[in-house]
Design a protein around this ligand. Sequence first.
Ligand code: SF4
Length: 225
Amino acid sequence: MGSSGILAVFKLLRRNFGRRRVIKQKDAVGELIKTILSQNTSDRNSLRAYNNLKKRFKNWDALRRSGIAAIRREIRIAGLANIKAPRIKEALEEVKKRRGSLSLGFLRDLDAEGGCAFLRSIKGVGPKTAAVVLLFSFGKPIMPVDTHVYRVTRRLGLLDKKATREEAQDHFSAVVPEGLIYEFHLNLISHGREICIARNPRCGICNLKKLCKYYKDVIASLRSQ
Ligand code: SF4
């Protein structure tokens, strides 16, 4: 499915989930922490962990200077605390060491590629985390591909079945028109959570089915039985 297919999907998603106005998160360091916390857990639990950190530390520099055990205690609810606590601390240490202060504001002046290269050079920061920080804090044209975006776009046939998540991120960042990336990302996630769910996609009530490769394949295989 080419870019016309992407636009057709975009329009139907907008019909289902509405327009999304870009709301830039001003605290990019907070966004980085929040995204690390969100790895392999629900939004609800990662937000609770994030709020615990905000309550416990008076600013992110205080968190950076604290011990790993104190961070671990506050983020236990988000799971994998033994991995995430040192990952957060090390990421903050790295920003401070390289930039001289705990700020990511300089990313505003870099293009998406340069920003991504900086963030990804920090240990524990993968392509999705880097893309989330750049899109949500600075409105950079880069499309984060999380588990929902990956599953839904592959089922729809917007992606080659063999494409990795990282390749998917590069592909969508290149082909989705710049001003549509934010909304496309969020509406694909809503679609993945509510309709195109992982185990049993609700194809019967899905208005994307006329565009969907997975649906066509299922129907074709039923007819051939
Ligand atoms: S038709 Fe089914 S598989 Fe295709 S997008 Fe809709 S819910 Fe997902």
